[in-house]
Ligand binder design. Structure first.
Ligand SMILES: [Zn+2]
Length: 310
């Protein structure tokens, strides 16, 4: 125990802030007016809360302040949050003394007549501070929509956002790996290949060491082309080879070999030979379009064969 996360997940606190949290998130995701004031208030309040969470007492906070350990942003936000809140008739304030006395938000009467445009949203923010749940209001790292994080480690609004995010970062890593391991002109060919395959509707599946391109038939992924950081293969799975039958399999091999040699010349017309060579990206020079066209045609042949076999 003792770390912030387990403390946060402690007993009842786990459900703290759910009501104002969900209401605020819903409003932020579809605000009828500009959400700027509320978003600013939220971000300043979060920065202050984060700072305060690190120091369990005012004394410790003051020690940190003297040692200049507190970030200047903390004081900026502390001031901003109170300035913003001061625009209300009963101005709620976060006062350091009151805060550590257990009153996380205190009310001060201000005499000027304020324009309380966002009174409901501000009340939610204040309730979240009181219920120690202000840091649970987050933006999804993938789609940037707001959500209420029930668990401390949640960074995405939905599981689908998480999947999308990691698929994206896998593709990015792959791109970087290809750039690192190839001459620039080969890397460029690999990138052109990738984008043309995508526009041709060929699906991609990322793996730690390669990306497989292929088609989905009845929920099954059939790989046609496998691409590593340096080489390409044409590893038609047995299921597809069987469905195609000798004649069509040989025709597919011929079609791809006419553009890039994936099969040894003596193996092309031999239906039992399924081993594929691993040419480098340079083999695509001046041929990316023809290659993608061949892959697309083979994809359709395989789709038809597998569908009719199942
Ligand atoms: Zn999302």
């Amino acid at each position: 125990m003792g770390n912030k996360q387990s403390h946060w997940l402690d007993s009842k606190k786990h459900f703290g802030g759910q009501k104002p949290g969900l209401a605020l998130v819903k409003w932020l995701n579809d605000p009828p007016t500009s959400p700027k004031f509320v978003e600013d208030l939220l971000s300043h309040a979060q920065l202050v809360s984060q700072g305060l969470a690190e120091y369990p007492s005012l004394h410790q906070l003051n020690v940190a302040r003297k040692k200049k350990k507190l970030a200047p942003e903390f004081w900026d936000s502390y001031q901003k949050v109170n300035e913003m809140l001061a625009t209300f008739t009963y101005a709620p304030q976060i006062d350091l003394h009151d805060f550590y006395d257990g009153e996380r938000v205190s009310l001060t009467l201000v005499t000027e007549q304020p324009i309380a445009l966002y009174s409901v949203q501000v009340r939610w923010v204040l309730q979240l501070i009181e219920q120690r749940a202000i840091l649970k209001i987050r933006r999804c790292e993938e789609c940037e929509s707001w959500f209420f994080a029930q668990f401390a480690h949640r960074k995405f609004r939905k599981t689908s956002c998480q999947i999308k995010h990691f698929a994206g970062s896998e593709k990015f890593k792959e791109k970087r790996r290809i750039r690192a391991k190839n001459p620039p002109e080969f890397a460029q060919l690999a990138e052109t290949l990738r984008s043309q395959l995508r526009s041709a509707g060929i699906k991609a599946r990322g793996f730690p060491s390669c990306i497989n391109y292929g088609i989905e038939v009845d929920g099954d992924f059939i790989t046609l082309l496998s691409v590593s950081a340096t080489n390409m293969w044409f590893p038609l799975p047995q299921r597809a080879v069987r469905a195609l039958g000798d004649e069509r399999f040989v025709a597919c091999k011929q079609k791809i070999n006419n553009v890039v040699a994936f099969y040894r010349p003596e193996d092309v017309s031999e239906p039992t030979k399924t081993n594929t060579l691993g040419p480098r990206f340079g083999a695509l020079d001046g041929k990316v379009e023809a290659f993608v066209e061949a892959v697309t045609e083979i994809a359709e042949t395989v789709r038809g064969a597998v569908t009719e076999a199942s």
